[in-house]
Each structure stands twice: as structure tokens, then as C-alpha cells.
Design a protein. Structure first.
Ligand code: UTP
Ligand code: MG
Length: 667
């Protein structure tokens, strides 16, 4: 599995992809707005917190250590706010911090430093109450943040999972309609990754990036605004390190993108190597290639490792850099603010609030880089997902597809030329007709094109030249569903699904009752071995049916074909050898299977074909000869040789032996 170069080089941000990703969020726009409101509220609450602490410090905690103005009650200037006044021993004490601008000491009796504990306690009653209130406010804000964050998480994750579910459904449905040529080109592993990993990566866009990005930007902007409102001087000092952050971020983006590409390229290589080696493990072991394969794997594994370390290094350098700049900003603040606090030009609480704001400021910057990483991964994944979604199936219903109720079963090939890959003709000018109810057999050496003819009847591929007609209608003009309902195919290698025997016969078609399953199984002689299984028709079947023998799988496939009662039956005999008992069961079942239907058999055992109405001998994609068994024998041609090889023990020509070898002699 080799990832395309442009996959790896996918852009970190692409407006076109983003628009498409956002389109998936549209149905949940109301919920997303709610999440946005929640997130903004939380950000607002967080912004207020340092300010509340500043109030507690500047207005209530400090202030009394500084000298206070003492007034006779009737002498207090009217513009002194109540919160700055304290009453003790018939006098009014006024705090100096927070007084209106241009206030003059005026009629104060004295400027006193209050240090007698009793007086302090009495004066502070009001402040203690206020500090209590402010703490309460902080707790309430904390609880509100907790609840809102919780609601936001649930909301965003459900939306994200919902969208991923939709994308996965859409992709799977899309895949189900792709033509077989597509699956020849795309390895299973790659498609599975699209449906699982890639869709999961998208999830991050909706849960972590989309709404939270607003929060980060809002928080950053909010902090800057609040800082400038509180103290332009301190604000300027605080943002003086911003250029450093910008340079670091730009460098980080470039480095992170390169590192990410390396990791993806290495991952693609290790995936390809693993999927090939694990599926080919049998061969690896049979030919003792373990050591060799191990050294191959070691190299790709080491490459993946160093790419991973490289990516980690980028983050390992960036985060501490941001931390360092944050510390630097803090130290400048402490130096600048500290000097002013000492000179009494600035309240301590203000500096404290700035310390908080600076720490809050670097949080979103770190978070933004993390989101950049997620966005990068999501862009790469979405590009591949959309690429898959945009691949149109080569085989689709014609715009005015003709519906058919039940086909009569006449099949005609008219000068058919077909190639899987352009220029490599697999069928050359093939023409034949099969009348309804007839049985026609195809014989020929391996690679002659027998299975290809069957695939064409099912319209798994479209022919390049000529046409294929069902009941006189070109298969391209039929509805695919109708065509495939009319034709039941038993393929060379029978595929069984995980489940039990019953569901493998009726393929989850609800219209087929248990009795019918049993009936068709009896009909094709499959009931015999099924009823001997410990759990009969409920016996579990593993993926691909590896617990059953080739012959048993073949009988199950017959039952499956018969259950759907098709107008046309197509059998591609297994080339692998089947034991004589099963072979006899199959031969015995065949006449019942084909009665009343058009039947096409690809035969490797000539015993099967002798009763055919017509035998077509294929050789290298061309029809070499055709006729009944007797006619062909009389011709002493190709078929005659084939027949002789199977029924006598005379030395075989190598080419014919290849196709005839698996057959069991019954002479
Ligand atoms: P067939 O698969 O039609 O041969 O391939 P066959 O007659 O059934 O052979 P046996 O008896 O089962 O072994 C015909 C040609 O088409 C090519 C094969 O390489 C072969 O030369 N082919 C087949 C493809 O190129 N792509 C495919 O997906 C299948
Ligand atoms: Mg074949």
C-alpha cells in the first residue's frame, strides 16, 4: 500500500476542505452556537477572576498598612465613597487608596497609621465582610466554570461523534457502490484506514478545534483589552515579549509541518510493510523468510521511530520556549511593577492581577499550537476522505435504467472485447448465445478468461468493445439491482461472513424463512453435513469460513444461490481439489440446482460438463471451439485432448495439465 505523494504533502490548512468539513457541522449549528456561548461565558468568568482578586487585595487587604485620614464625622468630604470609610471611637477613618482623583486632605484631623490591634479589628469589620463576599464570588465562578465546561465537553463530543458517524456511514455506502476495478486498485488496508482512523481524526476538528479556537482567540484578545484598561504601562511591558512568541510560532509551524510529513510518510511505509507481511505470514514461514523479513521490517520500523522522535523534538523545543518567554515576561513585570509598588505609584494587587493575566495569556498560545497539530492531521485525513468520496463509481445505473420483474434468462455476448488494464486483452471478440433454460459450460486452461466472462455477466466491469445482452437488453441499460438479482453466482473461492450457517445462506435477507433455508440446504445436499455440526444451522462461522472444508463451503454457496431463486445460475467451480464424497454430493445436487434456470458453468471437472447443452472452449481469451460433448469429441480438437487427459493416464501436455489437474477421475 503506497500512499500517494500528494497525500503526504497535504496542506496544513485549506479553505476548500474546511468549508466542506464545516458543511457536516451545519445540521448541528444550533448546538454549536450553544457551545460557543458556553465557551465564551467560561472565558469571561476566567477573565474576571484575577480582577476580583485584585479588588480583594487593593481595596480590602492592603490599605490599612498605609496611613489613613482621620475626620470628625461631619467633616468628611462628600465625594469619599462609603466603602473607603470606617467608623471607630466616634471618628471616621478614610483609606487613601481608591480616593477620587484630585482629592485633597482638606479638613482631616490627622494622617494616622493605625497599628493598635483592637482598632484595626474594629476598622476592618467591613473589609472582612467584603473579602468573604469576594471569596464567595470566586467559588461561585469556579462552580459555574466547572458546570459549563462539563456541559460543553458533552455537547462538543456528542456533536463530533455524531458527525464522524455520518461521515463513516456516507463513506461506507459510497464504497458499497464502487465498481470492482476500484477495489482492484485500492488495497483493503487503505480503505479500512479511511473509515476508521481518518474519520476519527476529523472528530478532533469538531470537538477540540472549532469552538475552542474561538475561546482561545477571545481569551487572548480579552486579556489584552483588560490589561490595557487596568494599566496601559504594565500592559505594554507585558506584551513586549509578543514578537518573540510570534517568531517562535512561525518557526514552529514550518518545523512541525515538515516533521509531520516525515511521520506520515514513514507510517505509510510501515503500514504497507506490515499488512503485506502479516497477510503473507504463511508464505514467510513456509519459505523460512523470517530473518530476511525481520531485517526489512527493522529498517522501516527504525525510520518510523526517528520520524516520531523528530516530531517530538519540535514540540519539546517549542513548549519550553513559550514557557521561557512567559517567565521572561513575568520577570520584566515584577521588576517594573515592583519598583512602582515600592514607590507607592501602583497598588500591589494590580501587579498581582497582571501576573495572573500573563500566565493566562500563554496558556492559549500553547493550546493554539496543539490545535495547529490537530488541524494539520485533520486536513490530511479529510483530503483523503473527500478524495475517496469524490471517486465516482465507474459502473452505475443508466439514467433511464429499465426495470425487469423476472428475467427469462437469455444471454448474448456480441463481439465482446475486454481488458482489466488497457491494452491487455483478456477477452477477444467473444460471441455466444445462451437460450433460457439452457446449460452452457466453459472450459479452458487457467487464465483463459472463464471467470472474467462471469464477472461481465454480473456487470462487475464494463466491456471495452461489443455488448452483452440479457433478454435482448444491453446490461448497461438495466438497473444493476435487477441484473444482480437475476443472476446468482457461486464463485471459485466461496466467501463466508462471520455469523452462523443460517445467515450465511440467506445473507440477512428477511424474506427467506428458516424452513426455506433448511429446504434449499437439503436440496443441494448440504443439510447432511450441517446437521452433523454441534449446533446445526446455528453453528458459528468465522470470517471466510476457515473452519469448513472447501467442499462444504461450496455446498453452502449452492444453498445460498438456490435460496435466492435466480433466473440465471452461474457456477465457477473451485479449482482446489474436493474429496470424492463431497464431489459426489455436488454432482448429485447439480441437476436439481439447475432445473428451470439458465445455467453457466465454468468446469474444471469434465464430469460436470457432459450434460451441458453447449460447451464453449476458451483459449487465451478467444472461443476456440464449441458444441456438445459428443460433437466436440468427434472433432478431435482441443476439447478432445482435454477430455483424454482427464480420463486416461496418458502423459499430459503441460498447459492442459494445469487446468485439468485438480479434477477427480471417475472413469
Ligand atoms: P480469469 O480469471 O478470467 O481466468 O483471468 P480463468 O479462466 O478464470 O482462470 P482459472 O481457470 O480460474 O485459473 C483471465 C486473465 O485476466 C487476468 C489474468 O491475469 C488472466 O490472464 N486478470 C484476471 C486480470 O488482469 N485482473 C483480474 O482481476 C483478473
Ligand atoms: Mg477462474
Amino acid at each position: 500500500m503506497s500512499e500517494h505523494a500528494d497525500d503526504i504533502m497535504g496542506k496544513a490548512y485549506d479553505a476548500r476542505l474546511m468549508r466542506r468539513l464545516l458543511a457536516y457541522a451545519r445540521p448541528y449549528i444550533g448546538w454549536l452556537m450553544l457551545a460557543l456561548i458556553i465557551v465564551m461565558t467560561v472565558a469571561g468568568v476566567e477573565l474576571v477572576r484575577p480582577y476580583v482578586i485584585k479588588l480583594a487585595i487593593d481595596d480590602h487587604m492592603s490599605g490599612y498598612s498605609q496611613p489613613m485620614l482621620v475626620f470628625e464625622p461631619d467633616q468628611v468630604p462628600e465625594d469619599v465613597p462609603e466603602r473607603l470609610r470606617a467608623y471607630h471611637d466616634g471618628l471616621v477613618y478614610v483609606k487613601q487608596t481608591g480616593l477620587p482623583k484630585g482629592f485633597s486632605e482638606g479638613d482631616a484631623l490627622e494622617v494616622a497609621v493605625v497599628d493598635d490591634p483592637d482598632t484595626v479589628a474594629a476598622l476592618r469589620a467591613h473589609d472582612i465582610r467584603r473579602i468573604g463576599n469576594l471569596s464567595m464570588l470566586l467559588i461561585l465562578a469556579g462552580i459555574a466554570s466547572f458546570g459549563l465546561n462539563y456541559a460543553k465537553s458533552i455537547l462538543l463530543h456528542s456533536i463530533g461523534q455524531r458527525i464522524v458517524l455520518n461521515v463513516r456511514t456516507e463513506l461506507f455506502t459510497h464504497l458499497e457502490h464502487m465498481d470492482l476495478a476500484f477495489f482492484d486498485r485500492n488495497p483493503v488496508g487503505r480503505l479500512v484506514t479511511r473509515l476508521t482512523n481518518d474519520t476519527e481524526t476529523l472528530n478532533e476538528v469538531y470537538t477540540s478545534v472549532l469552538v475552542n479556537l474561538f475561546k482561545d482567540v477571545f481569551t487572548l484578545a480579552g486579556i489584552v483589552v483588560v490589561m490595557f484598561r487596568l494599566s496601559p504601562g504594565l500592559a505594554l511591558v507585558s506584551v513586549s515579549t509578543l514578537p518573540l512568541i510570534i517568531i517562535a510560532t512561525v518557526l514552529f509551524r514550518v518545523k512541525a509541518r515538515d516533521a509531520y510529513r516525515k511521520v506520515r510518510a514513514a507510517l505509510a511505509r510501515i503500514n504497507a510493510s506490515l499488512s503485506e507481511n502479516i497477510s503473507g505470514m504463511r508464505i514467510v514461514q513456509v519459505f523460512n523468510r523470517e530473518a530476511h523479513k525481520y531485517s526489512e521490517f527493522k529498517a522501516t520500523n527504525a525510520e518510523f521511530y526517528s520520524a516520531g522522535v523528530g516530531e517530538m523534538m519540535v514540540y519539546a523545543v517549542f513548549r519550553p520556549t513559550v514557557e521561557f518567554v512567559a517567565t521572561f515576561a513575568l520577570s520584566v513585570l515584577v521588576w517594573y511593577g515592583g519598583a512602582r509598588v515600592l514607590r507607592g505609584a501602583m497598588p500591589f494587587g494590580l501587579v498581582y492581577a497582571f501576573v495572573n493575566y500573563i500566565e493566562m495569556f500563554f496558556g492559549p498560545i500553547n493550546a493554539l499550537t496543539e490545535k495547529y497539530n490537530m488541524l494539520q492531521a485533520a486536513m490530511a485525513s479529510s483530503e483523503r476522505i473527500f478524495q475517496l468520496m469524490d471517486t465516482r463509481p465507474a459502473i452505475t445505473d443508466a439514467p433511464l435504467a429499465l426495470p425487469i420483474e423476472r428475467a427469462r434468462g437469455r444471454i448474448e455476448f456480441k463481439n465482446v472485447w475486454f481488458a482489466y488494464n488497457e491494452g491487455e486483452w483478456v477477452l477477444r471478440d467473444v460471441s455466444f448465445t445462451i437460450e433460457p433454460g439452457q446449460m452452457v459450460a466453459f472450459v479452458g486452461a487457467t487464465g483463459a478468461g472463464k471467470t472474467s466472462i462471469i464477472s461481465l455477466i454480473n456487470r462487475f466491469y464494463d466491456v471495452q468493445k461489443g455488448e452483452i445482452l440479457l433478454d435482448g437488453i444491453n446490461v448497461k441499460e438495466l438497473r444493476l439491482a435487477d441484473l444482480r438479482r437475476s443472476v446468482a453466482t457461486v464463485l471459485q473461492d466461496v466467501f463466508l461472513f462471520t455469523g452462523d450457517i443460517k445467515t450465511n445462506i440467506r445473507l440477512n435477507e428477511k424474506g427467506i424463512a428458516d424452513e426455506r433455508v433448511r429446504e434449499v440446504a437439503k436440496h443441494v445436499n448440504a443439510d447432511h453435513f450441517i446437521s452433523r455440526l454441534p449446533r446445526g444451522y446455528d453453528e458459528p462461522v468465522t470470517e471466510r469460513g476457515s473452519t469448513l472444508s472447501a467442499g462444504q463451503r461450496q455446498l453452502l454457496a449452492f444453498a445460498r444461490a438456490l435460496a435466492f431463486d435466480p433466473a440465471i445460475l452461474v457456477l465457477d467451480e473451485a479449482t482446489s481439489s474436493i474429496d470424492t464424497d463431497t464431489e459426489m454430493l455436488i454432482q448429485d445436487a447439480l441437476p436439481r440446482l439447475i432445473a428451470g434456470r439458465t445455467t453457466i458453468v465454468v468446469a474444471h471437472r469434465l464430469s460436470t460438463v457432459q450434460h451441458a447443452d453447449k460447451i464453449i472452449v476458451l483459449h487465451k481469451g478467444k472461443i476456440r471451439e464449441s458444441g456438445t460433448h459428443q460433437e466436440l469429441l468427434a472433432r478431435h480438437g482441443f476439447y478432445y485432448d482435454l477430455y483424454r487427459l482427464q480420463y486416461t493416464d496418458s502423459p499430459a501436455a503441460p498447459e492442459l495439465a494445469a487446468s485439468a489437474a485438480p479434477a477427480t477421475s471417475q472413469g
